[in-house]
Design a protein around this ligand. Structure first.
Ligand code: SF4
Length: 251
């Protein structure tokens, strides 16, 4: 893909997410896709595209450990917006080998084994989803965690496909949106919300970030947003699955 600094600068001047998404769609068509794990921002991105007059390609990685409510949410998004979410699954042989070597609940053992599980179940399938794409649209926001504070709206990332290096444009149109702005949009535009996030729980416990069952728990009223992920690790540990870190050596 030939995305020059001039093109990035031009796209960077489009501060309205819907205008940015429409412009990208006009340029890249089916070589653009939104990745979703069922988070609020990703559903807002789909709604913004539909509002802008087009149905985007949307994909998800089904780790085979997702909450039933997340699978229901995908079905609701599909019905609401008349689209089909492309599903990518982990390689069954890689999962079987990992489980045979380390056990099914390896992620409890150490940060390294959690990262291994995330690589096999999420990162490698996500790498397959990105094959052939020029634009990967994400719902990352800079207020989601300290490690995401510098999330750029537009970023060229290098990938390897069939032994060849290739760059793609990673776009996070809502990077500077706050949680309350996202909820405002959700409410005023009737965007479907994962039942787990919509639920009011006693004591203010709530889900703000969703991943796999076991590795995701609700957070308390004063906890940081990603405190519920891999709760058994020290809170200072990087709470990331690896999707938004530099790409792994193979996938
Ligand atoms: S979130 Fe947990 S179960 Fe899911 S891929 Fe990562 S370590 Fe494995």
């Amino acid at each position: 893909m030939n995305v020059t600094p001039e093109v990035i600068e031009e796209l960077g001047s489009l501060t309205d997410p819907a205008v940015l998404l429409k412009t990208l769609q006009e340029r890249f068509g089916g070589r653009l896709a939104i990745g979703t794990a069922g988070q609020l921002t990703e559903s807002v991105l789909v709604a913004l595209c539909v509002e802008a007059g087009f149905k985007p390609r949307v994909f998800t990685v089904d780790t085979e450990r997702l909450f039933p409510e997340t699978l229901d949410h995908f079905a609701q998004l599909e019905k609401n917006y008349g689209l089909t979410i492309e599903r990518f699954h982990p390689d069954p042989k890689a999962v079987a080998s990992m489980v045979s070597d380390h056990g099914e609940f390896l992620f409890f053992d150490s940060k390294e084994k959690q990262e291994l599980c995330c690589r096999v179940r999420k990162v490698f399938p996500n790498e397959r989803a990105l094959r052939g794409l020029d634009v990967w649209v994400t719902g990352l926001r800079s207020d989601q965690s300290p490690s995401r504070q510098r999330t750029p709206r537009l970023e060229m990332i290098m990938r390897e496909e069939d032994g060849k290096k290739r760059s793609i444009l990673k776009v996070s149109p809502l990077a500077d949106w706050t949680e309350s702005r996202v909820w405002d949009y959700v409410r005023t535009h009737a965007v479907p919300v994962n039942e787990l996030m919509a639920k009011k729980n006693p004591g203010g416990w709530r889900y703000e970030s969703l991943g796999c069952v076991i590795c995701t728990t609700p957070i308390g009223p004063n906890e940081p947003r990603r405190a519920g992920r891999w709760r058994w690790f020290n809170q200072d540990v990087l709470k990331e699955c690896g999707l938004h870190l530099p790409p792994p050596p193979h996938g």
